[in-house]
Design a protein around this ligand. Structure first.
Ligand SMILES: CC(C)(COP(=O)(O)OP(=O)(O)OC[C@H]1O[C@@H](n2cnc3c(N)ncnc32)[C@H](O)[C@@H]1OP(=O)(O)O)[C@@H](O)C(=O)NCCC(=O)NCCS
Length: 154
């Protein structure tokens, strides 16, 4: 269990190999369609992305990966280690993301989320996202599911 005072949110850059490996490991722990190390690295390396990690010493507690196009930021991933949830780390990550959106003068944040993922939907609603619509069977693969589309102004 972490004391929030010891947690630092830092940008992930393409030289942070260990950090990207930790993110890929957490992807496997958290998501039904995990991104591989190579997918994480290729996202971090792209020009119009920004990514950050919540660290306690050398331990990764959570992260986010965002794309931006024109004045919109798309949240591709945000996750916190299961044992560390509901302690405000998601909020810390989100606050850092908002700050970067302001710095880049982005105007809108958007995302899609699995309809069954009520925890994430509650998290986004807490952060003032509204529901824009649904996409039927948006997620394919082994667990086909509808998506909820959400957005808010920065
Ligand atoms: C969504 C997620 C990142 C939230 O991280 P977290 O560190 O637990 O979030 P926080 O502790 O900062 O919670 C912030 C607020 O979100 C809401 N929330 C978070 N978890 C919740 C839950 N299980 N049930 C209801 N509301 C919840 C609450 O409003 C909470 O505020 P409160 O604790 O003051 O009531 C985390 O649950 C997670 O990693 N989920 C799996 C990955 C995922 O689904 N990501 C999103 C899809 S891309």
């Amino acid at each position: 269990m972490s004391n929030r005072d010891n947690i630092e949110i830092t940008l992930i850059t393409e030289n942070d190999r260990e950090r990207m490996e930790q993110v890929a490991q957490m992807e496997t722990d958290v998501f039904p369609d995990p991104w591989s190390y190579h997918e994480v690295r290729s996202t971090v390396r792209q020009k119009h992305t920004f990514c950050a990690a919540a660290m306690e010493g050398d331990t990764l507690l959570g992260y986010f990966l965002c794309y931006y196009v024109l004045d919109e930021c798309e949240i591709a991933r945000i996750a916190v280690a299961e044992s560390e949830r509901r302690r405000g780390i998601g909020q810390m990550l989100f606050g850092f993301m908002e700050q970067i959106c302001h710095e880049k003068q982005l105007k809108r944040m958007l995302l899609d989320v699995r309809k069954s993922n009520q925890t994430a939907i509650a998290f986004y609603e807490k952060n003032k996202f509204g529901i824009d619509g649904e996409r039927k069977f948006y997620y394919g693969g082994k667990n086909p599911e509808d998506a909820i589309l959400m957005s808010r102004m920065v």
